[in-house]
Design a protein around this ligand. Structure first.
Ligand code: GNR
Ligand code: NI
Length: 193
């Protein structure tokens, strides 16, 4: 297990359609363990493999992490408590989505410091393989539905800014460049440019 550097946009790996996993072996499980550790360390509620420069259809999600005190730097015990309900998705496919939309203020570990409202289906059903390679189906709503759709987008080379107008997208990418200049320590610790 390892904490892996997170790729910041724009980078070609974030625009590529990721490859399906054909065999779930120990190498894949080690990658998933490292992705989960990287997600909790960031911290984030989801992480897709392209964000750690692996162009494969794997994502990890935990939307049940506790709220923390932002003023104190987290210690190892605090980071360990973020692991509440880890979920592993391999080759996920949305098999149903509701007509009814939902708007959520989204962020992305590949676009640190940037947030925007994104409209997506409110509920989805997703089919995927789990950590043990077992076929699973999940019906999701709320933050889980938003996060799963955000992560599946990553597997298809799509970022949340691709759901915005080109004006807002360009503005966000310019603000990201500024954020990167102003936060060199955060970038050095957790990201790759
Ligand atoms: O940590 C994250 N928070 C978040 C908030 C609203 C909608 C989606 C997300 S996912 C994001 C982590 C990330 O970039 N996953 O790809
Ligand atoms: Ni993201």
């Amino acid at each position: 297990m390892a904490i892996l550097p997170i790729q910041i946009a724009p980078h070609p790996v974030l625009k590529r359609v990721a490859d399906p996993v054909d065999k779930i072996d120990d190498k894949i499980r080690t990658l998933m363990d490292s992705m989960l550790e990287t997600m909790y360390n960031a911290p984030g509620i989801g992480l897709a493999a392209p964000q750690i420069r692996e162009s494969v259809r794997i994502m990890v999600v935990d939307v049940d992490q506790p709220r923390e005190d932002d003023d104190v730097p987290p210690d190892a015990a605090t980071i360990a408590k973020r692991r509440v309900k880890p979920r592993f998705f391999i080759n996920p496919e949305i098999i149903w989505s509701s007509e009814e939309p939902n708007v959520y203020e989204e962020g992305c570990l590949s676009l640190p410091g940037q947030y925007a409202e994104v409209e997506r289906p409110k509920k989805i059903r997703v089919k995927y393989l789990d950590y043990d390679g077992q076929l699973q189906e999940l019906e999701a709503s709320g933050l889980l539905a938003t996060c799963v759709q955000h992560e599946i987008d990553h597997l298809n080379g799509i970022l949340f800014i691709d759901h915005l107008s080109s004006l807002k997208r360009d503005m966000t990418l310019r603000k990201l460049k500024k954020w990167v200049k102003e936060n060199p320590d955060e970038i050095a610790e957790k990201h790759i440019l």
